[in-house]
Design a binder for this molecule. Structure first.
Ligand code: AMP
Ligand code: TRP
Length: 334
């Protein structure tokens, strides 16, 4: 088993990232056997599709590294690095640009969302972003890729690229990766609108719980979260058509490792006045230790850089054979 996943180091981690992705990374790392390996990286090469100044970008990479370690990624057991330090990603991306089709990329919903109305004004990098993502995965022959629901389409594209490359060049080089998408928390929704994803780009900070929010802020956000006037139902079925209620119940279920049915059973017949403080309490207790470790670690730049140095060396060594074989398959003399 080779587990791999990445996250863009832009802005702070929020509850959606934690429950939808990072917590599963930590679980997979912790359940790994001796033959398996985990690679987790900061997708700083992907982050050039978001404009940021030099100093901010440097800070963001260190902060995201600190956040991942604080959340439980152990740099001694997992390979933790930033993508820019391993040029094999960019090199393989270029090779795969010969394989990926414009028609495939045109179907990517994340590009459409991120480019918005001004498609012509979007960067080329944003358009080919999924090809770099495919390279990230294929360069390590990753078998399992834990991500949130929104990355499913990119994983399918990665499989298409791998299959076409293998067929076109008559090789059995790339492994087809499987997305690992959590059932319960694949989509954590905004606290202000149960139909929109919790996102770092939402202009309202009240819409999300950030890893940096203190206990009072977390509690205040939960208490102000949009809900509805109805009482909580006996079973999860009664949450149908109630997006905000579903989201809040779903978050508590995920945090406590229970089903939504079990959470409904506990609060059946009660209103959100009773439910919200209980949810807030669990959130505060879950996030406090992570936040405290994060705030300490982020001041230790030298230690963070040393972690990333070590990770990059291991990643580069693991990537080299695949890159060499890809050049060779294409008849490029390297
Ligand atoms: P992003 O912050 O969009 O770069 O996403 C980083 C990781 O967090 C990806 O694996 C996403 O699928 C996951 N993720 C982001 N937002 C959410 C959300 N609201 N619910 C669940 N997972 C999310
Ligand atoms: N595109 C992913 C996101 O927005 C981040 C990412 C980049 C990634 N490369 C990857 C995720 C490779 C998994 C595997 O969240």
């Amino acid at each position: 088993m080779r587990v791999l996943s990445g996250i863009q180091p832009t802005g702070n981690l929020h509850l959606g990232n934690y429950l939808g992705a990072i917590r599963n990374w930590v679980r997979m790392q912790d359940e790994m056997d001796a033959d398996s390996q985990c690679f987790f990286f900061l997708a700083d090469m992907h982050s050039i599709t978001v404009h940021e100044g030099r100093e901010q970008r440097i800070r963001n990479v260190r902060d995201m590294a600190a956040a991942l370690v604080a959340a439980g990624i152990d740099p001694d057991r997992s390979v933790l690095f930033n993508q820019a330090r391993v040029p094999a990603h960019a090199e393989l991306c270029w090779l795969l640009n010969g394989t990926a089709r414009i028609g495939w990329l045109n179907r990517m919903t994340q590009f459409k969302d991120k480019a918005g109305k001004d498609r012509e004004g979007a960067s080329v990098g944003l358009f080919v972003y999924p090809v770099l993502q495919a390279a990230d995965i294929l360069i390590y022959n990753a078998t399992h890729v834990p991500v949130g629901e929104d990355q499913k389409q990119h994983l399918e594209l990665c499989r298409d690229i791998a299959t076409k490359f293998n067929t076109d060049f008559g090789v059995d080089l790339f492994t087809l990766p499987a997305p690992i998408i959590p059932k319960e928390s694949a989509r954590i929704m905004s606290l202000r609108d149960g139909t929109a994803k919790m996102s770092k780009s939402d202009p309202s900070d009240m819409s999300r719980i950030n890893l940096t929010d203190d206990d009072d802020a977390i509690m205040a956000k939960v208490k102000k979260a949009k809900s509805d006037q109805e009482l909580l139902p006996e079973t999860a079925e009664g949450l149908t058509g109630r997006p905000e209620a579903s989201n809040l119940v779903g978050i508590l279920a995920t945090l406590t490792g229970r089903t939504t049915d079990a959470v409904c059973a506990e609060f059946a017949g009660k209103g959100f006045g009773a439910f919200k403080p209980a949810l807030g309490e669990v959130l505060v207790e879950t996030l406090r230790p992570i936040r405290q470790r994060f705030l300490e670690l982020r001041t230790e730049d030298a230690a963070l850089d040393a972690i990333l140095d070590k990770g990059a060396a291991k990643a580069a060594a693991a990537a080299e054979p695949t890159l060499r074989a890809a050049y060779d398959a294409m008849g490029l003399m390297r």
